[in-house]
Design a binder for this molecule. Structure first.
Ligand SMILES: NC(=O)c1ccc[n+]([C@@H]2O[C@H](COP(=O)([O-])OP(=O)(O)OC[C@H]3O[C@@H](n4cnc5c(N)ncnc54)[C@H](O)[C@@H]3O)[C@@H](O)[C@H]2O)c1
Length: 314
């Protein structure tokens, strides 16, 4: 098969999430060569073929199964491999298993790729981001965790529904851990330049912040309860990050990476902050203003991640 190696993206893990990501990238033509890698080669072949069969309805994109050697000339490598929590398995056991999976995947990638850009989706996403950063030896800005991108998308969706406003006018972030200690940043949230309270007052809607934060946090579990898995939401969140990278458009995104010493107590931990993302990966880590309560919640989210990381490594 003739393949083009320009704008090549390798997706490792061709399960629900990896397959939905490959499909979204193909439909949006965000790469012209998409390679799926999985320990279950048949699964990766099947997923690639299923998507490739539809390429005649779009512009030319090659979608195929492959091995780790494909990472050598890939512009971006997306890691979605992992296992789902089994009955009786603790959160810590699951994290240890997925960390050991992503560490071995990283060793395979580094055998072929020089200074690659890696986007991490496997859960627990901040912990796997730390593991991949540590194992790869890459600079922190080249190992990007999808972090709270999906949580932020869910938050914006819920706010837009409550306020009956176009979601594009909703500017609001969830930062911190991709998980239970996530932090809604209410103080800088705005609707088309109006503060949330001002906008809610003018349209006559009462906003229950606690209920919205809780709904956002539980949104993944809600979908899993209803249909057994989540994959479209994360695929679109990943596609949005890919857009920022491949178009080098400097988008501001809530993504995770290991923070440097300038972040004081947060240094050494992968956690979502607002970042400017482009061709080089994370190009700048910004400091969004937070009120005292939000900062305290960020402090405890980081502390929780730090302690969990120590337990995973023990
Ligand atoms: N970050 C987020 O917001 C977010 C959202 C949804 C799901 N996820 C996570 O994404 C991951 C994948 O979820 P899914 O629903 O696709 O699971 P899945 O079970 O459908 O697919 C996982 C795939 O990983 C493959 N795999 C396992 N070990 C591997 C290895 N060593 N090398 C290569 N491939 C390997 C499996 O064969 C399988 O095809 C999970 O960790 C899930 O929790 C993250």
């Amino acid at each position: 098969m003739k393949t083009s190696h320009k704008n090549k993206i390798v997706v490792i893990g061709a399960g629900n999430v990896g397959e939905a990501i490959a499909y979204t990238l193909m439909v949006r033509k965000q790469a012209n060569d998409i390679v799926l890698v999985d320990v279950n080669e048949d699964r990766a072949k099947g997923a690639a073929l299923d998507i490739a069969h539809g390429t005649s309805f779009f512009k030319q994109v090659w979608v195929r199964q492959g091995g780790y050697e494909e990472c050598a000339d890939a512009q971006l490598i997306i890691i979605t491999a992992g296992i789902a929590r089994k009955p009786g398995q603790t959160r810590l056991d699951l994290a240890k298993t997925n960390v050991s999976i992503v560490r071995s995947i990283t060793e395979n990638i580094m055998e072929y790729a020089v200074n690659p850009l890696i986007l991490v989706v496997s859960n627990p996403a901040d912990i796997t981001t730390m593991a991949i950063w540590e194992t790869s030896g890459l600079p922190a800005n080249k190992v990007i965790g999808s972090g709270t991108s999906l949580d932020t998308a869910r938050f914006r969706y819920i706010l837009s529904s409550k306020l009956h406003v176009n979601i594009e006018d909703v500017n609001a972030y969830i930062l911190g851990e991709h998980g239970d200690s996530q932090v809604p940043i209410w103080s800088s949230a705005n609707i088309g330049g109006f503060s949330l309270d001002e906008y809610a007052l003018q349209v006559g809607v009462a906003l229950d912040r606690e209920a919205i934060a809780q709904h956002t946090k539980n949104a993944g579990a809600e979908v899993i309860g209803l249909k057994g898995a989540t994959f479209y939401g994360i695929a679109m969140a990943v596609s949005n990050i890919v857009e920022a990278i491949m178009k080098d458009d400097g988008a501001l995104l809530p993504v995770s990476h290991v923070l440097d010493g300038s972040f004081g107590d947060w240094a050494g931990v992968a956690v979502s902050t607002v970042c400017r993302v482009g061709w080089g990966g994370i190009e700048q880590t910004l400091r969004i203003s937070m009120d005292e309560g939000e900062r305290a919640s960020m402090d405890s989210s980081v502390k929780m991640l730090k302690e969990f990381w120590e337990q995973v490594k023990a």
